[in-house]
Design a protein around this ligand. Structure first.
Ligand code: SER
Length: 338
C-alpha cells in the first residue's frame, strides 16, 4: 500500500513539535514539513523532508504539488494573537492569505490524485468576543455558534478561515458545470490556551500560563500580565495532539460539523500561580497587569461547551487540572531545566 504523505506547515512551532513526535512514534508516516525556520534538531531526523520557506511562496507550493502526493495537511502556520495586533496586515497575509493558499494547494492536490485531502486546521477561543466581563462570568461555557465577535485580528482571521475551509470542503465552485467540492475534507478544532512542558509559546495572549510555569522552573521571577481572577480554558499539549489525531481519524459520517470546541480545565491565573508555587515554592510570581492584553483575555470565554466533540468523535482529554500539573507539566519541566 502507498504510504500517505502528510504535509505540516508551521512545523517548527509548538503544536508542530508535539504532532511530529506523535505521528512518528510508530515510524510509518511520511512527513514533509514546511516552516520559515529550520526544524529543531530533535525533529529533523523524524521527517522525510524539511522545506524551509513560506506558505505565501506560490512557486514553492507548486513545486511541492508536483513532487508529492499529499493526503493529509496539518496547516499550523500562523501569527498568534498578541503578535498579530502589532502587525495586523502581516497577520492577515499569513493567517488568511496563507490559509487560502494552502486550501487551494489541497484542492489542486485532491483534484490531481482523486482522493479527498484531509485538512486539519487549528482555530482558537480567540474567535469569540464576550461583550463584557459580566457576560463572560454569567455565561460560562460557550457553544460553537455563540458570541462570534472577535476583537483581535487573529480572532477575525481564524473565524474567517473556519468559514472558508467549510466553503472549500462543501461548496467550492458550486455553480460550475461539474461539481468541484469534496476534494478537501476540512476539519477544525478551536483550541483553548495550550501548555507544553517542552516548548514555550511566542506571540500569544494565553502565554501567561506557560510563561509563569517555565519561569518558575528556571528560578526566574515572572510578572503575570493579567489579573489573578482572569479565567480562560486551557489544555495540555499531549491532549491537544490527541484531539487533532482523533478528529483526523474520525469517520466522516460521524461528524455533524466542521468546527469543534474542545477544553480540559479552566483555572484562573491565581489558581495557576498557587499550583506552581506548591511545586516551586521559591518562585517569584507577581502581577503587573497589561491593560491591553487583559482586554483580550477578558473578551475570551471562561469556558467552552465541547459536547459536540465528545459526542461526534469521542473527544476526552486525559489531563484535568491536577493531573496536568502533577503528571505531565511539573515532572517533565523539572527534568528539562535540571
Ligand atoms: N493561544 C493563542 C493565543 O494566545 C490563541 O490561539 O494567541
Amino acid at each position: 500500500m502507498r504510504t500517505p504523505v502528510t504535509l505540516i506547515t508551521g512545523a517548527n512551532g509548538e503544536i508542530g513539535h508535539g504532532l511530529i513526535h506523535r505521528l512518528t512514534e510508530f515510524g510509518n508516516t511520511s512527513i514533509i514539513s514546511l516552516d520559515l525556520n529550520p526544524l529543531s534538531p530533535a525533529l529533523a531526523s523524524k521527517v522525510t523532508r524539511h522545506i524551509m520557506g513560506s506558505i505565501l511562496d506560490e512557486q514553492l507550493l507548486d513545486r511541492i504539488l508536483v513532487e508529492y502526493e499529499i493526503d493529509h495537511v496539518y496547516h499550523l502556520a500562523a501569527l498568534l494573537s498578541t503578535r498579530s495586533e502589532f502587525a495586523p496586515m502581516m497577520a492577515h497575509r499569513v493567517n488568511v492569505e496563507g490559509t487560502i493558499a494552502m486550501l487551494e494547494f489541497a484542492q489542486r492536490q485532491g483534484e490531481s490524485h482523486g482522493r479527498p485531502v484531509l485538512f486539519l486546521y487549528p482555530s482558537s477561543i480567540a474567535v469569540y468576543g464576550m461583550p463584557s466581563l459580566e457576560a463572560k462570568n454569567r455565561v460560562g461555557k460557550v457553544k460553537e455558534e455563540e458570541f462570534l465577535h472577535p476583537t483581535t485580528m487573529y480572532g477575525c482571521n481564524k473565524l474567517y478561515c473556519e468559514q472558508i475551509g467549510n466553503y472549500y470542503s462543501r461548496h467550492y465552485k458550486q455553480l460550475a458545470a461539474e461539481p468541484q467540492s469534496g476534494k478537501i475534507d476540512f476539519r477544525c478544532i478551536r483550541f483553548p490556551g495550550l501548555i507544553s512542558a517542552f516548548t514555550v509559546p511566542s506571540g500569544g495572549t494565553s502565554d501567561f500560563a506557560p510563561e509563569m510555569l517555565h519561569a518558575a522552573a528556571q528560578n526566574q521571577p515572572y510578572a503575570c500580565f493579567v489579573r489573578p481572577d482572569s479565567r480562560i480554558p486551557f489544555m495540555t499539549m499531549p491532549d491537544s495532539i490527541d484531539a487533532l489525531l482523533k478528529l483526523a481519524q474520525a469517520p466522516r459520517e460521524q461528524l455533524t460539523r466542521t468546527v469543534y470546541n474542545i477544553g480540559a480545565f479552566n483555572p484562573s491565573a491565581a489558581e495557576i500561580r498557587e499550583i506552581i508555587l506548591r511545586a516551586f515554592p521559591q518562585a517569584e510570581i507577581t502581577t503587573q497587569v497589561d491593560a491591553k492584553r487583559q482586554g483580550i483575555i477578558d473578551s475570551w470565554p471562561m469556558d467552552v461547551d465541547d459536547s459536540a466533540a465528545r459526542n461526534d468523535w469521542g473527544f476526552a482529554p486525559h489531563y484535568d487540572l491536577q493531573l496536568a500539573f502533577e503528571e505531565y507539566l511539573i515532572p517533565n519541566i523539572r527534568k528539562r531545566y535540571l
